[in-house]
Design a protein around this ligand. Structure first.
Ligand code: ZN
Length: 241
């Protein structure tokens, strides 16, 4: 039997999907950021809350103020007075993965006498391109082939994506880190992570290519060699038609 599970789409994730598909042209950075921040606040444990306090908010505020001055703005004008403080708090949330650990989410496994494939597709995520400090956002598809009769809660797979997405990132490395965490903590026979994302640094500057979607894949275990198994998991993720 093959288990295919989907994270229920929230309003924000549906909007993210529309953006990715090109059907919606409105950028909703604010909405995406608020959604991420809120879920952090609601869902994280005491350990993560303590870690959040460790961010040097004052230093971020000072830096943002400097940027505003450097671009010729007046940080004292009414609309910008509170901006450094807001940005600092937003960055605390956007980079919350710096002080989180995949082990926290993947270490609690359940006995389940099955070694059949588990796929969670369409996990919305947003991250920050480390080259331009601009967001990239899209969907992650995560699969693993359990080993030793142990499985992990499905929501923990989504949490693991966030642990690594909420850091300065490259999409290529992000996929690999999620796959490595699955391999390290679940000891699966195989793992496959595919991420599809739109990069605002591509949309807004330089190449200026809106609609371009970057796909990255990381495979571990049997999926490295077994072409048929890899084709099956990609089909279940609905990658490549
Ligand atoms: Zn970039």
């Amino acid at each position: 039997m093959t288990r295919v599970a989907a994270i229920p789409a929230t309003d924000a994730s549906r909007r993210a999907g529309q953006r990715l598909g090109g059907s919606g042209r409105t950028l909703r950075l604010g909405a995406a950021g608020r959604r991420s921040g809120t879920s952090d606040l609601e869902c994280r444990s005491d350990g993560a809350t303590a870690a959040r306090r460790a961010v040097d908010l004052g230093r971020i505020e000072a830096a943002v103020r400097e940027i505003l001055i450097a671009i010729g703005e007046n940080p004292e004008r009414d609309g910008l007075m509170e901006t450094p403080r807001r940005v600092a708090r937003a960055y605390r949330d956007l980079f919350g993965g710096m002080r989180d650990d995949a082990a926290r989410h993947l270490s609690r496994t359940f006995e389940h006498q099955s070694d059949e494939l588990v796929v969670v597709r369409g996990i919305p995520f947003s991250s920050m391109c480390e080259h331009h400090m601009l967001p990239f956002m899209g969907q992650a598809h995560v699969a693993y082939l359990p080993g030793g009769g142990r499985v992990v809660g499905l929501s923990k797979l989504a949490r693991t994506v966030d642990v690594f997405a909420r850091r300065p990132q490259m999409q290529e490395r992000l996929s690999q880190q999620v796959a490595d965490a699955l391999e390290q903590h679940l000891s699966p026979r195989g793992a496959c992570v595919v991420m599809e994302a739109e990069h605002l640094c591509m949309r807004l500057r330089g190449a200026c290519k809106p609609e371009a979607v970057t796909t990255t894949m990381a495979v571990r275990g049997v999926y490295r060699e077994d072409i048929a198994a890899r084709a099956e998991v990609l089909r279940l993720m609905r990658i490549g038609g």
